[in-house]
Design a protein around this ligand. Sequence first.
Ligand SMILES: [Zn+2]
Length: 79
Amino acid sequence: MRLRRACRCGARTRAGTPCQSPAIKGKRRCRMHGGKSPGAPRGEANGNYVRGRWTQQTIAARGSVRALVKMCRETLRDL
Ligand SMILES: [Zn+2]
């Protein structure tokens, strides 16, 4: 049966055990534990936002700068 082998929800219950209800399709939590929710808002809309140092955008930008620096170093070393 399809429901039987569905991904199980891992949310912690009040008893301390995992919830084990079938998770929403493509998600890891059941309908009772936020499976339908798209998650917390991104960026400044999130209450925990500080200065934007860790937004996905900033992290990606840092990654590309790092790649550029690495490339420069390698080029310089070859000279
Ligand atoms: Zn659950």
